[in-house]
Design a protein around this ligand. Sequence first.
Ligand code: ADP
Ligand code: MG
Length: 409
Amino acid sequence: MSFSEFSLTPEIVRSVHERGYREATPIQSGAIPPAIAGRDLVATAETGSGKTAAYLIPLLDHLNRSRAGGKRAHGISALVLVPTRELAIQVAREFAGLARHSRAKAAVIMGGDSMSRQLHDLRSGAQVLIACPGRLIDHLERATVSLGKVEMVVIDEADRLLDMGFLPQLRRVMRTLPKPRQTLMFSATMASGVRQIANEFLSNPARVSIGEKAAPPPSIQQSVYPATAESKGPMLLELLKDGDVESAIVFTRTKSRADRVAKLLTRNGIKAVAIHGDRSQSQRNAALGGFRARTYRVMVATDLAARGIDIPHVSHVINFDLPDETENYIHRIGRTARMGKSGHAFSLVTPEERVSLARIERALGGDLERERLAGFDAPEITAPRPVKLFRSVSMGRRSSRGSRRATWA
Ligand code: ADP
Ligand code: MG
């Protein structure tokens, strides 16, 4: 669907075209009409499907119409809640692009960043606030920000906000907001917590869901490389020798492992940088900025960086360690194959990680391709528990899992 079909204000249609968006993505086609009609909305779609513009376009449209209607924009009239600083920056960037021809301004509020700069932005007449809930509450407590004029709220990455334990903060912020207001909620998955939030804070929402469950785009080619704890490092180096690995995000289980892997790569002449929660905000910005600018070929990350980060040239995601949660696997690999490009997801898996692998394969509904690297032993990754065939008679759910496990042998 083309953007000119939505009856949007012309300022937005111009910015969207200048941004190079020709056609709305499916989630945009589904979300924009109910949102510009003023309805509350719950929208789910896989990562990389264009959810940010799906809410920023109606948000800007609303601001443009209020201005045209003579309503003077005074104070914050729209609030976007995001779970992480990285996302806040990304949303602000998309906002800047889409607001080019509107006079709307956004302020960003996030932890680990200068409070005085944030105050300056707030006072210089922003109508839109892009905020992480923790720091927003600090500002509310100090009365340095007022949400009394908010007409529209977006909860972005609702599933991630809940995973990160922001439910109490989210509730607190939502309770301070005036009514009536329009609330839009976006999520990659429709976890039960997300449904609960929707019931609590949205009224009679329209529902748009693209893709039934969080599933990785089919354009990602996924493979498993059986490994041992000792061979992971050398295998990673071997994989990175391939020139097809244009740009890669390598995921590790812990912060210290991320640092160690980044050092290993650097020692071996590969431009690499680590990003995780123990690094300062300026280090994280520098890492992400350098990776985005291709100064670094590899970014080594913990799950912190798994969601929302949108860097189009990532050709490979390499799981140095598997995540415990299947959803994190899907979000990690969703960092490649952005907007219809193809991508690769490699996982180095030791026999100790077989339980995580089993869970991921069950969620994906099939086994992942096993690959071997010349010169490395590939240990057998066996089923977590022995398959007891006699169970299959009485135990419905168990037996179907059992039969899939049997296929790994
Ligand atoms: P999500 O929040 O669903 O993970 P994003 O909003 O981060 O996805 O968008 C992913 C990428 O797609 C971004 O680079 C964005 O600029 C781009 N994009 C969004 N909408 C369109 C569109 N209609 N046409 C082309 N590219 C788009
Ligand atoms: Mg997003």
